[in-house]
Design a protein around this ligand. Structure first.
Ligand SMILES: Cc1ncc(COP(=O)(O)O)c(C=O)c1O
Length: 389
């Protein structure tokens, strides 16, 4: 083989195994896709419609701009300015084909001396990215002992550290906001340090959504990279639109990269997402998405707790992060669930040290209620009960 081989991201191991056992794809009708991180792509109850069509002209069929279409970059900048009092201009925004390509670009171009700090329990593909890019990294403790809520005192103190963090966190749902977010941003906003704050779940919080940008005075004087995406809150994972907010000098690097490595992002997708950011619509989406998923978090939390599952979940995201009872491992639990067309994400896939089923996250699971409509709770509860009995 002429290519160096690299396995698929951890979540796919679960999806492939599910297919092997059930002959179906998780997410197909009549499956219970609790392993998967996608939101409803129908309107949430009380939420805005998702347009079924877009109109394209001959101009829209031309090559896109390397750093994103001006209308979308402006809409993104205005969105943040409007909600968080920032003063972003379109030159502070680069558009990517989803959140992960944005993460990949930032970590690829990060200077070689930077040591990445990452919480021990984090979003599965961070591990793949750090491994593939051979990025030296240090772990911030995030485990049962601190209830997956590390404080800033537990972060490395070195001057050239670069934080990689999802907020709200996938898988734990722990959201850093208010004064804690201010302190975090001030610490990593110092020019000697830097951070990638991944806000894919910005809308999914019990309280008003918050972005790190709220606490940044002038992003042009920082090494902060705030990543957003239309994938979760705007409910369009299939559009493949994500973005980075950063200093203009950094955005120029992404433009240069796109000019030889990406060729920009589908103009049709950018047009669609620009429409979703129309101020009245986005206000509606923030409110309805936040409310619906908060109610789902509470409903599913009660079901899981009733079954003797210990919850460590925070108040954000669309996951419950929990410990199975009686030492049952997540892998073993999945084998039981697969027989019912269901499956969860085993905790070890969120372990940034990949210590496997015998490691500290062996009996932790991430239960996703992202793709579940309001009507599926009873059937879901029944399957969970049977597989724990
Ligand atoms: C923490 C986090 N960041 C970013 C993403 C971006 O995903 P995508 O590449 O599908 O836009 C996801 C999706 O699962 C996520 O959970």
């Amino acid at each position: 083989m002429i290519l160096s081989s690299f396995p698929p991201m951890g979540i796919y191991e679960t999806l492939f195994r599910f297919n092997e056992v059930t002959g179906r794809y998780m997410g197909d009708q009549d499956t219970h896709p609790w392993a998967q991180g996608f939101p409803l792509t129908d309107p949430v109850p009380g939420g805005p419609e998702l347009p079924a069509t877009i109109e394209l002209t001959a101009t829209d069929l031309m090559y896109p701009k390397a750093d994103g279409q001006p209308e979308l970059r402006r809409a993104i900048a205005e969105y943040y300015n409007n909600y968080y009092g920032s003063q972003l201009v379109p030159d502070n925004v680069a558009v990517f084909a989803g959140g992960r390509p944005a993460l990949f670009a930032i970590l690829s171009f990060l200077d070689a001396e930077r040591i990445v700090s990452v919480e021990e329990t984090e979003y599965t593909p961070y591990w793949d990215l750090l491994s593939l890019l051979q990025r030296p990294h240090e772990l911030i403790p995030s485990n049962r002992a601190n209830r997956f809520r590390p404080s800033l005192d537990e972060h490395p103190t070195g001057d050239s550290t670069f934080l990689l963090k999802s907020n709200p966190c996938n898988p734990t749902g722990v959201a850093v906001n208010g004064e804690d977010l201010r302190t975090l941003v001030e610490y990593y906003g110092d020019r000697s340090r830097g951070a990638l704050i991944d806000e894919a779940y910005e809308f999914f919080t019990e309280t008003e959504p918050e972005s790190a940008i709220k606490y940044v005075d002038n992003i042009d004087e920082t090494n902060l990279f705030i990543v957003g995406a239309a994938t979760k809150g705007l409910q369009v994972p299939g559009m493949r639109v994500g973005w980075v907010i950063a200093a203009r000098d950094h955005i120029r690097i992404f433009r240069n990269y796109s000019s030889f490595g990406m060729g920009g992002v589908s103009r049709a997708s950018q047009l669609y997402v620009t429409g979703l950011l129309e101020p009245k619509r986005v206000a509606h989406a923030r409110r309805a998405v936040g409310e619906f998923y908060t109610s789902q978090r509470k409903r599913y939390g009660a079901v899981l707790a009733d079954l003797g599952i210990e919850l460590y979940s925070g108040s954000g995201g669309f996951y419950h992060w929990c410990a199975l009872p009686n030492g049952l491992t997540a892998e073993a639990f999945n084998e039981r669930l697969f027989r019912h067309g269901a499956g969860i994400l085993p905790g070890p896939l969120c372990d940034m040290a990949r210590r496997g089923g015998d490691g500290p996250l062996g009996s932790m699971m991430r239960f996703s209620f992202g793709p579940l409509g309001p009507e599926s709770l009873e059937a879901d509860a029944e399957i969970l009960k049977r597989c724990l009995g």
